[in-house]
Design a protein around this ligand. Structure first.
Ligand code: FES
Length: 150
């Protein structure tokens, strides 16, 4: 992997250790995930322990060590969503995208993950796509909704 993009991000933050979270955020925005070799590179360049970088990268839910698609779909299968058909919503998305939950589409457009209660139970069944919450879903609403993110 070439690290010149990482060098630019480090320079943007003047190689400040105190800016580590912002640095990781920029790297995440660049790659859609935090590659392990990049974490090691950042630790080396900033002169800090790898364990510290790894700790932050795994502590915050916004960061991912797994490659992610451009859009992250979280299907809620908490109790309320499960009772109101969340599994059928998940199955429809899996069919539309031709992937299983926990994976990423071939074109890297979407990642699909199952989560527990996203805090909007009254709207069940609910999914989140990036920062958008979609509730009271039916299978019929899924295909047009996904098209909006393509
Ligand atoms: S169970 Fe799905 S939002 Fe609460």
């Amino acid at each position: 992997m070439k690290f010149n993009k990482i060098d630019k991000i480090l320079e943007k933050f003047n190689m400040q250790k105190s800016q580590l979270i912002s640095i990781l955020q920029d790297i995440q925005n660049e790659f859609n995930f935090l590659p392990m070799e990049v974490l090691g590179y950042v630790a080396e360049k900033l002169g800090i322990p790898f364990s510290l970088v790894y700790h932050l990268a795994t502590f915050y839910k916004t960061f991912s060590l797994k490659r992610r698609g451009r859009h992250l779909i979280n299907v809620c299968l908490g109790t309320a969503c499960h009772i109101r058909g969340g599994v059928r919503i998940l199955e429809k998305i899996e069919r539309d995208l031709n992937i299983k939950s926990g994976s990423i589409t071939l074109d890297s457009k979407f990642s699909l993950e199952v989560v527990r209660c996203v805090g909007c139970c009254s709207l069940a069944p609910v999914i989140r796509i990036d920062d958008d919450t979609h509730g009271r879903l039916t299978q019929g609403k899924i295909t047009p909704m996904l098209k909006k993110y393509e």
